[in-house]
Design a protein. Sequence first.
Lengths: 507, 306
Amino acid sequence: MKPRDSSLSRRELLRLGAAAGLGAAGLSFVGCSRESKDQVVVSRPEEFQKLDAADQFNLVNYTLFMHIFDTLVELDADGKIVPSLAESWEVSPDGLAWTFKLRKGVKFHNGDPFTSKSVKFTLERYKDRKLARSTWWTELDKVDTPDDYTAVVRTVKPVGPMLSNLITPTVMYSDKQGEKDGPTFYEKLIGTGPYKFVEWKKSERFVMELNADHWRQPLPKIKRIVYRPIMEDSTRLAALRSGELHMADTIPPDQVKVLQSDDKIQVLRVMAWDQLYLGLKCDQPPFDTVEGRQAINYAIDRKSIVEKIMEGGRPAAAIVPQGVIGYHDGLKPYPYDPDKAKSLLAKAGWKGGSKLKFIAPQGWYPKIKEVTETIASQLQAAGMDTELTVMEGAAFTQARGAGNYNIYITGGASWDPDQMMDQRIRNDVFKSGYKNQKVFDLILEGRTSVDQAKRAEAYKKAQEILYEEGSMVWLFQMEAIYGIRKNLKGFTAYPFKVWDLRKAEIS
Amino acid sequence: MIAYIVKRLLLSVLVLLGVSVVVFSLVHFAPGDPARLLLPDGALDEDVAIVRQALGLDRPLHMQYWVFISRAVQGDLGRSLYYKQPALGVILEHLPATILLTFSALLVSLAVAVPMGIVSAVRRDSPWDYAGMLLATIGQATPVYWLGLMLILFFAVQLRILPSSGRGGIEHLILPSVALGAPLMALVTRLVRSGMLDILGEDYVRTARAKGVAERLIVLRHALRNIMIPLVTIVGLQFGALLGGAVITETVFAWPGVGRLVVDAITARDYPLVQAATLLVAGYFVMINLILDVLYVYLDPRIRYA
């Protein structure tokens, strides 16, 4: 009796197994990557979050908006400002009026014409200080529209970084549709760009398709771009290796070797305009003296961190990275000299004893734990005991914003010195307590001068003083690392961590 | 029966109210300021203050709770600070993916565990039994996160027969369901096996055998039915764990569900979204438990007539 019964259940089991096997086999060709020359699938560990370009600052939004919209001017891959919707521009002698000559015959995806009224509509919105990007436009007065293809941007003070502020994400919106729709307009993503918005499934995919009517010829070759947010590094890498992705952004440095061993994938490393630094509490010992601040600058072995932990990047000396206006090539990173650090620390009157509060944000930068632990041990060797806390991002921003630290670590990514220097030094948003009127004046001069050569000079002078006084510890310039399948050609990655598929194709 | 369900539903409202207080306090007392996170890193304090005021975050906490709960009762769960869209809508976009994943994991784990448990019990100490128990031990001891990555590496990168991540056709559902369902599968296998072994030694089973009832019928009709009660209990208790595991599984497989959404919302201190999502997920959990309790009554006449 027994054998017969169990053979039956076993048969059932077999049947089940066979069904499952068939199922898997049937699915296998579906699961495989759909190779197509028309579609590119890309990923970055960041969710596309907000539809209004004026109200966000995510890099992925900048990147995707760059394909759907156009801006008045653009940065090219070398970091030079080039015309886009504005064909030419000039600034009045008093620096208060910027006249832009606009490209003719440009149409929005819904057919509306792009005119000076669009520029007025777009820019004057930024006067609403609730918008995240309004901080760039505090000096904006109004935009005049003498004719359809001339826009005059008037400011109450001269704005030095005007052109830098006009690149992504300051994308041009349709005044006609915008005025008709009200706030819901920004959810539609109607631009003038080479791609049209198709769909956004939150946490899943963002899709756009080629706009065959785009003014710039020749048109991009890729018909359809799919963006997938994949937060987990291992999964993003796996999806690249399995062929589901053409490009994976933000490759962890220690995974580069894995990708290089795959002959269908190439690794692209771009030195980004993004430098990691230590902010110091300059109104508390030991960093309330120049000697104390120089001491910490000498105490850190930047080279070994770059080589052994980051496996890439470049030791940094000052706030403006190479390639950005105002970069000072005369300043070299502080050399590693723990003995000098010790003697400077003694001069500063620091006897040790109490622990310095060292805070770091979790997950904001690759290898942040390893980097900060190494720094903490180097500081200890030079006579500075620290209490290192790697904390959750939101808690970190609160502690840092309240000046509740001796040392904090943060990155600074920007394409104009004004963005970082005005905010972090002159306005001292992170409450470092550093004061030097001469530096503040120079930063203000850079902000309010429309002569770019003069600006560069002011920023250089400011950096010389900052370097000498060791007000911040510039650690290293970070690399942006991309994994790309070799059949994707013409992928462009800019140093400001935004990438571009407009000239890409699949071979 | 109806009175019982109504009573349970009223209790659920109390549970949800309690959940709302706890979640509201947790998110508001956690360090971090949503206004600061909504602006670029390094925004001026005065700009942060403007945004705080616009969001009503400058008001006393009890007032903020009152605004939240009085609107919630009317079905308005507030607007997500990050997405700038109604929180309920954002969650409803994500909830189906989570429901699909948890149910599919449940199904996969039961479909494997129940037959495996039965075979292990009926063929006790056979290779079938050993294999089943080995699988159960592995399933219980393996972290979901690690198992998920291994499945991706093997089936997506090496064999290339299944997609690594994301949502799509049914093929996208297989790996995350297996990863999420593995611990439950292990638990249920052991439960079915030990339950079966107990029952197969019972007097009524011996009587049935003596009557000459086919062994297959004894197993499927007499024994299996008696496993149902503990099985439903365990599945009910484990459903919370399944939802918790979904957070990890959704992250590993880039599955667009509520779990991942909530983690991101917590990071961004998106108070309305965290509150709304927690309430809805709690509601989902409460509802599942209610259904299971009703199922009990149906499965066991002794409860029905007591």
